[in-house]
Design a protein around this ligand. Structure first.
Ligand SMILES: Cc1cc2nc3c(=O)[nH]c(=O)nc-3n(C[C@H](O)[C@H](O)[C@H](O)COP(=O)(O)O)c2cc1C
Length: 387
């Protein structure tokens, strides 16, 4: 049994176990992948300030995100097709999150439906909404999330149109995979994955199939988004959705101070500074580099969260020290899930928790609420001098 000490260990096992199409789907950014790469490399530019002789007993990573208690401020980000990375993947990830005491966010584009995840979990999870042209479908989705007692609605704003990832087109990404000579050859080497998939009925987009009429191909993410996602989404529509939901709302995909101010205006409870893990606008700045300007604009008036590029507890520490109140991991938990199912997600959370806790201690901090910019050494011009 491999000894897992870092997220990279999980990624190596994940790559071996999961069909190439789904590995590539997760492990890609759009076009040249510049933003995807910089999301992680920009975290490396930040350094930590070592402090000594500070009593480090009684440490805690516990905190709150949108008023909910969390064991550490690290939520699982919404990830489409999670149930293709591992059979019943959304249920397994949600169970790992609830046991660990962190929020789980279910994607609109999940394989297991809202109801299937609610049935197999005991604590409320968050639901991520993609806004569709079909208003009636959006209304029904929101009603389903309410009926499942979801405790927050995460509205994703940076995917009205799908960014291009070359590999997804070349692989013919679909759920379930279409059986071509290439996919069959690859699936033959992924027996455990295949046998587990045969053992579940959750193999299609659970929130879509059976809930919408007249889709030409519901197995293809590309054609579904092109046909259904709402290119006319604007702030007035966001305000309407917020009203329809009536509960806590988090706006995801904010990367600019002007948009953060609009999010504040519509009365969101939190924003997620995010570039969708480098999967949408290639050439956009990394989330961690955009965070300071967004905090300057709205940080004292709205809860600011961050995702994109977090691969360790040290990255979480850097985002929190910079001023974020919460963070999300996407790929880091997907690697764990594909590698070892529910246990792998728990392992990913444990690894990140340990790194966060030890790094906090070595920076002379005992709690998340003590973290501030004094923990960081930020190179001059980190945010960049861009005209
Ligand atoms: C495979 C994959 C699928 C994703 N699907 C969704 C989705 O359905 N909805 C959404 O809002 N974000 C989606 N995202 C973006 C994540 O929520 C999150 O913003 C991103 O993964 C953060 O970057 P990281 O993977 O570097 O942690 C997806 C990301 C990945 C990697």
């Amino acid at each position: 049994m491999a000894v897992i000490t870092e997220i990279k260990d999980l990624k190596r096992i994940y790559e071996r176990r999961v069909p190439r199409m789904f590995y590539d789907y997760a492990e890609s950014g759009s076009w040249t992948e510049q933003t995807f790469r910089e999301n992680t490399s920009d975290f490396d530019q930040l350094r930590l300030r070592q402090r000594v002789a500070v009593d480090m007993t009684g440490r805690s990573t516990a905190s709150q995100m949108i008023g909910q208690d969390v064991a550490m401020p690290v939520a699982l980000a919404p990830v489409g097709l999670t149930g293709m990375q591992c059979a019943d993947g959304e249920i397994k990830a949600a169970r790992a999150a609830e046991e660990f005491g962190v929020p789980f966010t279910l994607s609109t584009m999940s394989i297991c439906s809202i109801e299937a995840v609610a049935e197999k979990t005991s604590k409320p999870f968050w639901f991520q909404l993609y806004t569709m042209k079909d208003q009636d479908y959006v209304r029904r989705l929101i009603e389903r999330a309410k009926a499942a007692k979801c405790s927050a609605l995460v509205i994703t704003l940076d995917l009205q149109i799908l960014g291009q990832r070359h590999k997804d087109l070349k692989n013919g990404l679909s759920a379930p995979p279409k059986l071509t000579a290439k996919t069959i050859a690859n699936l033959m080497t992924k027996w455990t994955w295949g046998l587990q998939m045969l053992g579940t009925k959750n193999r299609e987009f659970g929130n879509i199939v059976g809930h919408v009429d007249g889709i030409s191909d519901a197995s293809s993410l590309g054609s579904w988004t092109a046909e259904q996602f709402d290119p006319a989404l604007d702030w007035a529509k966001i305000a309407k959705i917020k009203e329809m939901w009536g509960g806590k709302v988090i706006l995801k995909g904010i990367l600019d101070a002007e948009d953060a101010k609009m999010a504040l205006k519509v009365g969101a409870d939190a924003i997620i500074v995010s570039n969708h893990g480098g999967r949408q606008l290639d050439g956009a700045m990394s989330s961690i580099k955009m965070l300071p300007s967004i905090l300057d604009a709205v940080g004292d008036q709205i809860e600011v969260h961050l995702d994109s590029g977090i691969r360790s507890g040290q990255d979480v520490l850097k985002a929190l020290a910079m001023g974020a109140k919460g963070t999300y991991i996407g790929r880091a938990f997907v690697y764990g899930l594909g590698a070892m199912g529910q246990k792998g997600v728990t392992t990913a959370l444990e690894v990140i928790h340990k790194e966060l806790d030890i790094s906090m201690a070595l920076c002379g901090k005992r709690s998340v609420s003590d973290l501030d910019r004094s923990v960081l050494l930020v190179p001059e011009g980190f945010g960049g001098r861009w005209a």
